[in-house]
Design a protein around this ligand. Structure first.
Ligand code: ADP
Length: 557
């Protein structure tokens, strides 16, 4: 609660580009509520005045009030429609911008700055939190401002007509719009935050369940997982039920205040009529205006119930967006590499500050144009060398590329100079063509086919009826594991990097396909430094001019 001020001012500054839209939506909302109050007041006055005219003189100009009633009715109905339209438009524009803003902040953090967050948890959490922020503007900020503006105006108007009525209605509006929402917020705090936590857990569990469905079935664990999901769902529903109960009480309390205001206004105004200080038709006018004015505060208890949820979501998003980039600072410009040689001196790399080093005093020179294989058991630190070259993780010691320290290059230039076909590379749920063009958006059809052929996928491509437009499914699920690896290699070749790093390219390939792939890559590698990372001595022998062995984070021979 103590840091609500900075959070609110940050939320407001994010909304600044949409100020015009927000003001328009707020203005229309105020107009709608005021039209509603005016409609009730004029209608009450009109019916009473007509009745009095009927039993007394029988004379009255009813054209003007009838026209006013029609106008206010149209304003109220039209206002509601346009207010929804404009406020939703403003919020959706803002949310779209917010997502981009967040993504721009998160992208430089990956992977080292987000290593403590699980993918599913991060994605589900971010999605839920950004959606929750929609309430900050639409259901929290806007109703508070509109209620304040309309409340002040209506009370001023009622006070001008009959001060005691104005005072009583004002006090009851404060009770319904200030005290009740305040109590509702406090009561909803616990079930609200429990519901948010259960919802986040449920989303992660469902994402996990869907992604790991096949393995769960194979392990016969579907029933157990479903029961756990059920239990999570029950807890979520229970927290929601408790929050809804508080909401219902708050709604009832606002209704009670409204009826007290009607009775208060009617009795006070009737007293004034008896004393001869108020015209009789103003009694129903004041009473009905008092009733309608509660439209302004009715959404507040519900809005305040969301307070904790909205603030928690905003705090979480800001905390993530404010994480300092783990790697850097980067220079504005890169030096021109003198050649394509690499040199590692006393390099250490740790994935966690207190974890064991993955690279532990690595010394290695890869001469320009050399075709080297790094051989070693799983966990020796081979892939860490590749990740380090792209500066995905920070390191101690010195690494030079083309005679310049790696830290002197901009990230863009490094990723242009070093092409990595990583083991954990991601394939997008898109076509073959789109997956290849991730690396080179402008690449010609001819270049795409050439790289696929180099990676030994030309035959596969020939068999596909839709060719390059074939959809490869989620994570490349419609390809075999070996085909997926080769697609990643083709994508890397498309960038024509100065230094090519192939991380276990022959994994999941049969011996013949492996040999063919390595032979094709051997032809392609001419004129550039190539590093083959593998645990397979045969592949290393087939491909490389020089083989080094790695063990426990350093070169063993
Ligand atoms: P290799 O490629 O030789 O199999 P890696 O370079 O992938 O080895 O890993 C070296 C060590 O670093 C291993 O002990 C591995 O568990 C650890 N490691 C690799 N990636 C990460 C990571 N993202 N976070 C934490 N530890 C990691």
């Amino acid at each position: 609660m103590s840091d609500a001020g900075p959070v609110i001012s940050r939320l407001l500054s994010l909304a600044r580009p949409y100020r015009g839209w927000m003001l328009l939506a707020g203005g229309i909302a105020c107009l709608t509520i005021l039209a509603s109050v005016a409609l009730m007041a004029v209608a009450g006055w009109f019916i009473a005045a007509m009745a009095i005219a009927g039993v007394t003189t029988g004379m009255m100009n009813y054209f003007l009030p009838a026209a006013a009633i029609r106008l206010f009715a149209i304003l109220r109905t039209g206002g509601r429609y346009f207010e929804r339209l404009v406020s939703h438009e403003a919020t959706f524009r803002l949310l779209a911008e917010l997502r981009l803003w967040l993504f721009r902040r998160l992208a430089p953090l990956a992977p080292a700055g987000l290593a403590d967050r699980r993918g599913a948890d991060l994605a589900a959490g971010l999605q839920a939190d950004v959606e929750t922020l929609q309430h900050a503007y639409l259901r929290l900020g806007a109703p508070i401002v509109v209620a304040l503006a309309c409340g002040v105006l209506v009370v001023a108007l009622l006070t001008a007509l009959h001060p005691p009525t104005g005072l009583v209605v004002g006090a009851l509006l404060i009770a319904a719009g200030g005290v009740v929402p305040g109590l509702a917020r406090r009561a909803a705090e616990r079930p609200g935050s429990e519901a948010v936590a259960h919802r986040a857990a449920l989303r992660v569990a469902v994402a996990d369940f869907l992604q790991g469905g096949t393995d769960l079935r194979a392990a016969g664990a579907v029933g157990r997982r479903l029961a756990a999901l059920d239990a999570l769902g029950d807890r979520f529903a229970d927290a929601q039920r408790r929050a809804a109960l508080h909401g219902a009480f708050a709604e009832a309390a606002v209704g009670l205040c409204a009826w007290l205001a009607v009775w208060g206004a009617a009795l006070l105004a009737a007293g004034a009529v008896t004393a001869g200080t108020l015209a009789p038709p103003l009694v129903p006018a004041l009473a009905l205006a008092a009733l309608a004015s509660f439209e302004a505060v009715a959404p507040l208890p519900g809005a305040m119930q969301r307070w904790g949820e909205v603030m928690a979501a905003a705090r979480r998003l800001f905390a993530l967006a404010d994480r300092p980039p783990p790697i850097g600072p980067f220079p504005a410009r890169s030096p021109a590499p003198c050649d394509d040689g690499l040199d590692f001196r006393a390099v250490r790399l740790r994935y966690a500050p207190d974890g064991a080093p993955a690279l532990d005093g690595l010394d290695l020179t890869i001469a320009p144009g050399c075709h080297m294989a790094i051989l070693g058991p799983s966990g020796a630190g081979k892939s860490s060398i590749a990740r380090l070259l792209l500066r995905f993780w920070d390191y101690e010691g010195s690494v030079t590329l083309g005679g310049h320290d790696l830290r002197e290059y901009t990230p863009e230039d490094l990723r242009r100079l070093v092409g990595l076909a990583a083991q954990e590379a991601h394939l997008f749920n898109a076509t073959l063509r789109e997956n290849l063009r991730v690396a080179a958006p402008e690449a010609e059809e001819e270049a795409l086919r050439r790289c696929l052929a180099l990676a030994g996928l030309d035959e596969v491509l020939g068999e596909l009826p839709e060719g390059l437009d074939t959809w490869i499914g989620e994570g490349g699920a419609r390809l075999s594991a070996g085909q997926a690896r080769r697609l990643v290699i083709a994508r890397t070749l498309l960038r024509a990097p100065l230094i090519l790093v192939l991380d276990e390219p022959t994994e999941n390939l049969d011996a013949t396909t492996s040999r063919r792939l390595l032979a094709a890559l051997a032809r392609e590698r001419e004129g550039r430094t190539t590093v083959l990372i593998t645990h397979d001595p045969a592949a290393a022998r087939l491909f490389a001019e020089r083989i080094v062995h790695m063990e426990a984070g350093r070169i063993a021979g």
